[in-house]
Design a protein around this ligand. Structure first.
Ligand code: C2O
Ligand code: CU
Length: 584
């Protein structure tokens, strides 16, 4: 498709041919490419776990097609919304969008949702190698199945700081038999109807409901799962050869579940987290929260006459969802031969000690960028669950985020004062707030204010967890920042105090785009506000975000140029930009 639009090929006279040859020569000289994709987003019948439902697919596929590119490439995705009755937007999770804040793909923040029947082109550069993914960022479209992988390899001629013989990609997600629309209404009801635990864990969009790959190890009456065949739900098997090293890319696009992944009998060496290299860390299994990605290396040094389980289990919530499973198949063993022992058992779901220890062991690879030694501003964000007029919401420093109809990027850039709440959200919460045992709190309200950050300053964010509405309960929240990577300076238990600063890791903190805050704990992050735009910072649990668990940061927006008109053709910017289109 792409080359038909290439002006060089359309006019094949000598001069243009010359320019064509020249430009492709320049392109290949630096190895940088433009990669074009044409996508239709639509609902379709699909059977992710053996039970047919509708999912949001792309070009007839679920999960959506995998994008593969090299660092420095430009991606063009021409996305047509074929949903008929709802808008859509796709976010490129982990891509910082330097210079293209309007391509971040967040409804109400970076752009207007794409209307049914309309097409929007996202054009952006993937500047850094790593394991990423993309997903819907409007309503709860991620829960509806709108996601896929985005893999960026190192630029041509560059090398990774590790070697491997082959590679696999696992995109993890969770799946409900209740539609995302119904979930949305349930969550917004009074009293709330919580979405509950997922029915199935999916690996590359495949899982099996009400059957068990492990049935033969238990006395349960559930039927044995299907291993082969071309069912949409048959697991994707990882075929390996003995005595090789493989790279496994893992990303979690779950709506709710925190996961733990293990490969039976095999150690894994973690080498990448969220698109940044980390100090090699050898583990038996790994925790992965929604919004995170990892690369691990494993060596096929086990008995080649067997197959081995790869298991994905729920952590951090009392599991009511069976493990997600697939098989590591050693050549020449037949695929249908089940592993001789049961699938790996994950650490106890509530062993937070284990989880914290794992998070603390993820450290930057030597030579990685170091954080500035000091911060210019520190924002402490208290995470609470509250009742607002009887509705259950999440609030940050007592403000539950409600997104405006005009995207922030446009309303800040063009100074449209009524587009959102001009009250500046607070940098702190009350000193006397008891995070373990809070007094009833009726101070929360809805808000759409923005944290305006001074351009190029260093910002610390301390995420402070607390008790939920239910006594003796505190949830895990994986927080994800758009437009930046941050350094994770530390995690701690209880209430953060200025003294905790002494324990910050300024030597080799990992750079990431997602970091978890553990129950009753705090997490300290540092980043430089060096990317002009308006950026979401939110809990990556889809129902939590829907219930208001997020904030918006903005910096240097006055420097943003040429926002595509179509990105702003809604809300209060609509008139301005529809008019312009007519004159064009
Ligand atoms: Cu992957 Cu705003 O999220
Ligand atoms: Cu959350």
């Amino acid at each position: 498709m792409g080359f038909l639009n290439d002006p060089c090929l359309r006019r094949a006279n000598l001069i243009f041919l010359y320019c064509c040859v020249l430009s492709s020569f320049i392109q290949s000289a630096v190895g940088v490419k433009s990669r074009h994709f044409k996508w239709d987003v639509e609902y379709m019948h699909w059977s992710p776990d053996g039970v047919e439902h509708i999912v949001m697919g792309i070009n007839g596929q679920f999960p959506g097609p995998t994008i593969r590119a090299r660092a420095g490439d430009t991606i063009h995705v021409e996305l047509t919304n074929k949903l008929h009755t709802e808008g859509v937007v796709i976010h490129w999770h982990g891509i910082r969008q330097f210079g293209t804040p309007w391509a971040d793909g967040t409804a109400s923040i970076s752009q207007c949702a794409i209307n049914p029947g309309e097409t929007f082109v996202s054009r952006f550069k993937v500047d850094k190698a790593g394991t990423y993914f993309y997903h819907g960022h409007y309503g709860m479209q991620r829960s509806a199945g709108l996601y896929g992988s985005l893999i960026v390899e190192v630029a041509e001629g560059e090398k990774e700081p590790f070697q491997y013989d082959g590679e696999f990609n696992l995109l993890l997600s969770d799946w409900w038999h209740k539609s995302a629309h119904e979930q949305e209404v349930d969550l917004s009801s009074q009293p709330i109807r919580w979405v509950g635990e997922p029915q199935t864990l999916l690996i590359n969009g495949r899982g099996q409901y009400n059957c068990s790959l492990a049935a033969r190890f238990s006395n349960s009456s559930v039927s044995l799962c299907k291993l082969r065949g071309n069912e949409q739900f048959a697991p994707q098997i990882l075929h390996v050869h003995p005595n090789k090293t493989y790279r496994l890319r893992i990303a979690s696009s779950t709506s709710l579940a925190s996961l733990n992944l293990a490969i039976g009998n095999h150690k894994m060496v973690v080498v990448e987290a969220d698109g940044n290299y980390v100090q090699p860390l050898t583990v038996d299994n790994l925790d992965i929260y929604s919004g995170e990605s990892y690369s691990v290396l494993f060596t096929t040094d086990q008995e080649p006459s067997k197959n081995y389980w790869i298991s994905v289990s729920v952590r951090g919530r009392e599991p009511r969802t069976p493990q997600g499973l697939t098989i590591l198949n050693y050549y020449p063993t037949t695929v249908s031969r089940l592993p001789p022992s049961p699938p790996p058992v994950a650490p106890r779901w509530d062993d937070y000690h284990y989880s914290r220890a794992f998070s603390n062991k993820i450290l930057a690879l030597e030579g990685s960028p170091k954080p500035p030694a000091k911060h210019d501003r520190r924002i402490i964000l208290l995470n609470t669950q509250n009742l607002i007029d009887g509705y259950t919401k999440w609030a940050i420093n007592n403000i539950s985020l409600v997104l405006p109809s005009t995207p922030y990027l446009g309303s800040i850039r063009y100074n449209i004062s009524k587009a959102f709440d001009r009250n500046i959200p607070p940098d702190h919460f009350g000193h006397d707030y008891d995070i373990m045992n809070p007094a009833p709190n009726n101070n929360s309200m809805y808000g759409s204010g923005v944290y305006m950050l001074n351009f190029n300053t260093t910002v610390d964010v301390i995420l402070q967890n607390a008790n939920m509405l239910k006594p003796n309960n505190s949830d895990i929240h994986p927080w994800h920042l758009h437009g930046h990577d941050f350094w994770v300076l530390g995690h701690g238990e209880g209430k953060f105090t200025e003294k905790d600063e002494e324990k910050f890791n300024l030597k080799n903190p990992p750079l990431r785009n997602t970091a978890v805050v553990f129950p009753y704990g705090w997490t300290a992050l540092r980043f430089v506000a060096d990317n002009p735009g308006a950026w979401a910072f939110h809990c990556h649990i889809e129902p939590h975000l829907h219930m208001g668990m997020g904030v918006v940061f903005a910096e240097g927006v006055e420097q943003v140029k040429k926002i595509p008109n179509q990105a702003l053709a809604c809300g209060l910017t609509k008139k301005m930009f529809m008019m312009k289109d007519e004159h064009n």
